[in-house]
Design a protein around this ligand. Structure first.
Ligand SMILES: Cc1ncc(COP(=O)(O)O)c(C=O)c1O
Length: 359
């Protein structure tokens, strides 16, 4: 991804936004954060958004706001960023990863029931690569059991499931604004979004020492605040997000129609959703050899993610789930992310297609 190229046309606006913050000399939780929170909530179609320090923090704050802590279990996936599982464990709760639907790369709703125990307190699906998880059956199951759904939208800004945006379906949701995301800051950042005013207030307190408006700590909190410079940058970029997502979709459809080799699988785009291609991920049985072939031709690629989280040494506590996650482990062996970003030229895309096809 070439962020400088994507942002070239808006550089004067970004510099003006940063200059405004320096002139005002308020750097934490000020007018820029408030304005961005309002704009981002409206964009997602929810009542409340809260800027926090990262996507991991957004998940942690959302979980804590739902009252999740030691002794609780949260059902999620292992084919995700380690951040998803780390956030659950930071609350003291246990993560229970289930397998994915191999076409969609997201939580397989058919496997939730078997993973549920009396300790289950929430479901945490991840909208991976820009494609919404199959939220319908996940929400139905959650409603039957009285469980909250917490959405990890870190890779899916602007993606839609049926008629609504991701982040507007669950009880609460988390976004990351890591620089390479579809909506990225120039540093770390994240947001918690929800329609529920009580949850929003709890999350607001948790993000800053448990403080209420009078700076009295009402509960245990952390310190995770979006800073004014990042909020000002995000405000400028949010106005471009729909256009950038449309460009990602246009590039993805070019790849789809040109990558015709039978040995590879192009991304599935579910008809119930609008995929925003945070990552254009193909599957190939000889993924590592293909990756080396591309590298020799000066084409960078990436692997999102391998190994699955339960096979990282730092998450050896999850190793017991291994036997139950064959689709996650197979995906980790075969996925390859090809270059795709707003501003990518058609001749560059064709160069990637030619190199993949030659392989
Ligand atoms: C699916 C997913 N969840 C959570 C995160 C964590 O976001 P951050 O890096 O902003 O903490 C990421 C980002 O890398 C992600 O891709």
């Amino acid at each position: 991804m070439d962020i400088a190229r994507q942002d070239r046309s808006i550089r004067p606006e970004l510099e003006a936004a940063i200059g405004r913050v320096i002139d005002r000399s308020r750097f934490i939780l000020g007018a820029e954060v408030e304005a961005f929170e309002q704009a981002f909530a409206a964009y997602c179609g929810v009542a409340h958004a809260l800027g926090v320090g990262s996507g991991t923090d957004a998940l942690q704050v959302a979980l804590l706001a739902c009252g999740i802590g030691p002794g609780d279990e949260v059902i999620t996936v292992s084919h995700t960023s380690p951040a998803t599982i780390a956030a659950i464990e930071l609350t003291g709760a246990g993560a229970v990863p289930i397998d994915i639907d191999p076409r969609r790369f997201t939580m397989d709703p058919g496997r939730i029931a078997a993973a549920c125990t009396p300790r289950t307190r929430a479901l945490l699906p991840v909208h991976l690569y820009g494609q919404p998880a199959d939220l319908g059956p996940i929400l139905e199951f959650a409603a039957r059991r009285g469980l909250p759904v917490i959405e990890d939208c870190s890779q899916a800004h602007g993606a839609r499931y049926r008629e609504k945006s991701v982040g507007a379906w669950g009880r609460i949701a988390a976004f990351s604004f890591y620089p390479t995301k579809n909506l990225g800051a120039y540093g770390d950042g994240g947001a918690v979004v929800t329609d529920d005013p009580q949850l929003a207030e709890r999350a607001r307190q948790i993000r800053q020492y448990g403080w209420d408006a009078g700076r009295v700590s009402r509960r245990k909190g952390i310190n995770s605040r979006l800073d004014e410079i990042q909020a000002a940058i995000l405000g400028v970029k949010l106005r471009r997000l729909e256009g950038w997502n449309a460009e990602r979709r246009r590039l993805a459809s070019m790849y789809d129609s040109r990558l015709t080799a039978k040995t590879l699988t192009t991304p599935y785009a579910a008809p119930d959703s609008i995929h925003v291609y945070h990552a254009y991920v193909i599957r190939h049985p000889r993924r590592d050899a293909l990756r080396a072939h591309l590298a020799q031709r000066g084409i960078s690629s990436a692997i999102h993610f391998s190994p699955p989280v339960h096979l990282h040494p730092g998450f050896s506590n999850l190793a017991g789930f291994s036997a139950g996650l064959p689709e996650s482990e197979a995906a980790a062996r075969e996925v390859l992310t090809l270059p795709l970003f707003p501003g990518m030229r058609e001749d560059e895309l064709q160069q990637v297609v030619d190199a993949v096809t030659a392989f």
